[in-house]
Design a protein around this ligand. Sequence first.
Ligand code: FES
Length: 104
Amino acid sequence: MPQDFVKIAQRGELMPGKMKRVDLDGRRILLANVDGSYYATDDTCTHEESSLSKGFLKGDTVKCPLHGSRFNLRTGQVLDDPAEENLRTYPVRLDGDDILICLT
Ligand code: FES
């Protein structure tokens, strides 16, 4: 069964090195542009209720603004304490100028 991809943004909305939060289907998604490639993960830190989109993007890692844990955006892997759980990642696809992600 093919996966369902839904539009989350347009390419022009997010320049390289930028990220933003998008609320989609009741979920808070972090969308980041890393050197022209797009990555989507949960926006809420796995440590406490903090929005990673308000943190810092460096290369392909995002740093939580609250206690500084970093996560790899490609894999969701947690890189530092105090967070211990990985971030959920979502597959991303491009369709023309549209950025699509799969939520299932
Ligand atoms: S809330 Fe993100 S590291 Fe604590």
